[in-house]
Ligand binder design. Structure first.
Ligand code: ASP
Length: 469
């Protein structure tokens, strides 16, 4: 008997964690680190200083950081800290397994754009007319806004009960040097939805623009003469079938890919227990809020609003949820989400291929909740009370930030800066939460995908579809 995919993935995940624990990444400056710095065009005077740090002893992250803080100028650390840290990563064992994860991620990324393009165009073309499209689009957006707001309010509740930031040592925020904070004005994100060159959007993977273009393209297919409409609809239906077949092939490699990914991420979390001690309350707040939203709120909506069995739905989604957890990317998980929702839940092509690609990009309950908790945590750590008005702004911008965040690892972290700017909190606050972000990303991405899948089921039911869950 063949083991079900989610079991295979779980085994890959556990083996990956075991590998990471047995062979943790450490830090030391070697000849290779120096040549890496040269490749990155780090100035020679800085390199000369770094060369003095060369040693045979590999250190843990905190030891290494202490070391460079003692021996290098603050100015050098501020500008090249991240680059030096990256170049100093030392783990001779990862090369044997890391390629599996990398190859798998490349394959997933390879299919995202054609999958979104063909699925949305065929989905919208099959929806038929403007009235149906408007109704489905309206329901989808209503679902996304409602559940994301609910998630944010859940986070608001927990962060005000637990108050994880009170009494935190903000000296920790020196770690901010490892993040290249880029400010992305939200107005730009909105403007960029309309691409100037759709091929550029394809090649750069600008999902919102690709979705915008595909929805319109699909819609105009329904507006042309029958001869053309049928040719185009058939073409995109067939192209989508091919892409799904292609996807199913790549999905077979998920367990091996996940083993590789988790081994690499796991190897870098050697200090997690130590961090968990200082950041425990914060992690607990995020996890408790995520758990409440996904185990209580969404299942209640499924069960009492739409007569769906949440447990059966969860079982149908296991492989996709484990993949979301391991890859921390809703975009990369999209192919699995689509195949699980279609094959295991029985949602029609028409609805899954319209709602899921959209959901993977704009519907991020986990991220929205995380943004709010993180911002309150930072405010609490800096001893800043947010009044009602500021809280409202944080809630609204957290919602916008979750919509604007890309479905890739750690995208949510960068978006936090948008909210901090909106309410005038110190941007360096991001440094406080940096170290545990990658771990929390795994959980919030799973919640993002879980909510997308609940949305597809709810919308299908509201359209009168008969499902297996
Ligand atoms: N990694 C998340 C996702 O892909 C986005 C985030 O960083 O919150 O869904």
């Amino acid at each position: 008997m063949k083991l079900a995919l989610h079991w295979q993935i779980l085994i890959g995940l556990i083996l990956g964690v075991a590998f990471g624990i047995i062979f943790p990444t450490s830090f030391k400056i070697t000849d290779q680190s120096i040549s890496e710095l040269r490749d990155k065009s780090v100035p020679e005077n800085v390199i000369q200083e770094v060369i003095l740090l060369k040693s045979n002893v590999a250190k843990t992250l905190s030891e290494f950081k202490k070391d460079i803080r003692k021996k290098l100028d603050t100015e050098i650390i501020d500008t090249y800290g991240t680059t030096i840290l990256r170049a100093a990563k030392y783990n001779p064992y990862l090369k044997y397994v890391g390629w599996m994860g990398e190859l798998f991620m490349r394959a997933l990324k390879m299919i995202i754009v054609p999958l979104i393009l063909t699925s949305i165009i065929s989905g919208v073309a099959n929806i038929g007319n403007a009235e149906n499209l408007g109704r489905l689009g309206g329901k989808t957006i209503l679902y996304y806004l409602t559940t994301s707001t609910l998630a944010i309010l859940t986070g608001l509740f927990f962060v005000n009960i637990i108050k994880p930031g009170i009494g935190i040592d903000i000296g920790l925020s020196a770690a901010a040097e490892t993040l290249n904070i880029k400010k992305v004005p939200f107005s730009d994100t909105l403007m960029n939805i309309v691409p100037t060159n759709i091929f550029e959007s394809f090649s750069r993977g600008h999902m919102l623009s690709i979705i915008f273009f595909s929805v319109l393209f699909g819609y105009f297919i329904t507006q042309v003469a029958d001869k053309h409409r049928l040719t185009m609809t058939n073409f995109f239906n067939s192209a989508f079938e091919v892409m799904m077949q292609f996807t199913n092939f790549i999905i077979k490699f998920t367990p091996i890919g996940i083993f590789g990914i988790v081994a690499v991420v796991g190897a870098e979390q050697s200090e997690l227990w130590q961090l968990a001690k200082s950041m425990g309350a914060y992690m607990l707040t995020v996890l408790a809020s995520l758990a409440f939203h996904s185990i209580v709120s969404l299942p209640l909506i499924l069960k009492y609003g739409f007569n769906t069995n949440p447990w059966a739905h969860f079982k149908a989604m296991q492989a996709a949820l484990l993949t979301a957890f391991s890859t921390s990317s809703s975009g990369a998980t999209l192919s699995l989400t689509m195949s699980s929702v279609k094959e295991n839940c029985g949602v029609s092509n028409k609805i899954s291929s319209f709602t899921l690609p959209l959901g993977a990009t704009v519907n991020m309950d986990g991220t929205a909740l995380y943004e709010l908790v993180a911002v309150f945590f930072i405010a609490q750590a800096y001893g800043i009370e947010l009044n009602f008005m500021e809280t409202t702004i944080v809630v609204a911008t957290a919602l916008l930030a979750s919509i604007g965040a890309a479905g890739i690892p750690m995208a949510g972290l960068v978006m936090i800066t948008v909210i901090l700017t909106a309410v005038g909190l110190p941007l360096e606050g991001v440094g406080l939460i940096l170290a545990v972000d990658r771990i929390l990303d795994m959980f919030r991405t799973s919640v993002n995908v879980w909510s997308d899948s609940c949305g597809a089921v709810i919308i299908a039911k509201s359209e009168g579809e008969y499902l297996k869950v």
